[in-house]
Design a protein around this ligand. Structure first.
Ligand code: PGA
Length: 256
């Protein structure tokens, strides 16, 4: 973390879990466990249908609602899709894009992710752009090349002033939902490289202002060490964000 230059962000990703009716009791437990004044921004990204409830309940403990995906199109005949404007209209402040599960199960490409980041920025929503290598790529020593390509592709055509509203999340695929966390050193190495790529495109001032998160089995036990790394400015948390006590413990770790 480096609070002098950039925000610390703790973002939960509920994926396709929970029900809208469970949000109120969840938030009551979370509010009781979380510090009232926080040094970090706290976000919960939830399925589109649950965003209004998350906006309402989140206000009680200064937590922002986020979405998990959006359409790359602005509006029109795209059955089943939700646009960035529609997300902004119901109060979503953040939106994940490029999560490896969407790349894997929905064939999302780097170009598509770039288009989604652009429509989100246009609507004033902060994109949380996810990048991450597979275990095979890591074993073949391709991690840095691959991540650098993903970051460059996702940011293509995004201006330096827009970049101040972009968050990058480094999520090694082999660490997501597996209980296998990258070591703090492995995570820092890649997050530092991501910042170097951003520096190469936008310069040092912009690069030092971008929050870079780590995601992949972050939990109450390992958060402190990961967040102590200079280039890790927060977390994108799946499993542990479904448990109020665990999520609150990560927020506390980010507050230290
Ligand atoms: P996990 O998920 O914390 O359950 O590994 C992280 C994510 O997919 O964003």
């Amino acid at each position: 973390m480096n609070r002098k230059y950039r925000k610390t962000v703790i973002a939960g990703n509920w994926k396709m879990n929970m029900l809208a009716s469970e949000i109120k009791p969840f938030m009551e437990k979370l509010a009781a466990a979380m510090p009232d004044k926080k040094a970090c921004d706290v976000v919960l990204c939830v399925p589109g249908i649950m965003i209004p409830a998350m906006v309402r309940e989140g206000k009680k403990c200064k937590l922002h609602a986020g979405a998990e995906d959006c359409s790359q199109f602005e509006k029109g005949a795209y059955t089943g899709e939700i646009s960035a404007a529609q997300l902004a209209d119901i109060g979503a402040r953040y939106c994940i894009t490029g999560h490896s599960e969407r790349r894997q199960y929905h064939g999302e490409t780097d170009m598509l992710i770039n288009a989604k980041a652009k429509v989100l920025l246009k609507e004033g929503i902060t994109p949380i752009i996810c990048v991450g290598e597979s275990l095979e790529q890591r074993e073949m020593d391709l991690t840095m090349e691959y991540i650098s390509y993903q970051v460059k592709a996702a940011l293509s055509g995004i201006t330096a002033s827009q970049m101040r509203h972009v968050i990058i999340a480094y999520e090694p695929i082999w660490a997501i939902g597996t209980g296998k966390t990258a070591t703090a050193q492995q995570a820092e190495e890649v997050c530092c490289e991501i910042r170097a790529v951003i520096r190469g495109i936008y310069g040092a001032r912009t690069a030092r202002a971008v929050s870079i998160l780590y995601g992949g089995s972050m939990n109450a036990g390992n958060a402190k060490e990961l967040l102590a790394q200079p280039d890790i400015d927060g977390g994108l948390i799946g499993g542990a964000s479904l448990k109020p006590a665990d999520f609150a413990a990560i927020v506390k770790a980010a507050d230290q």
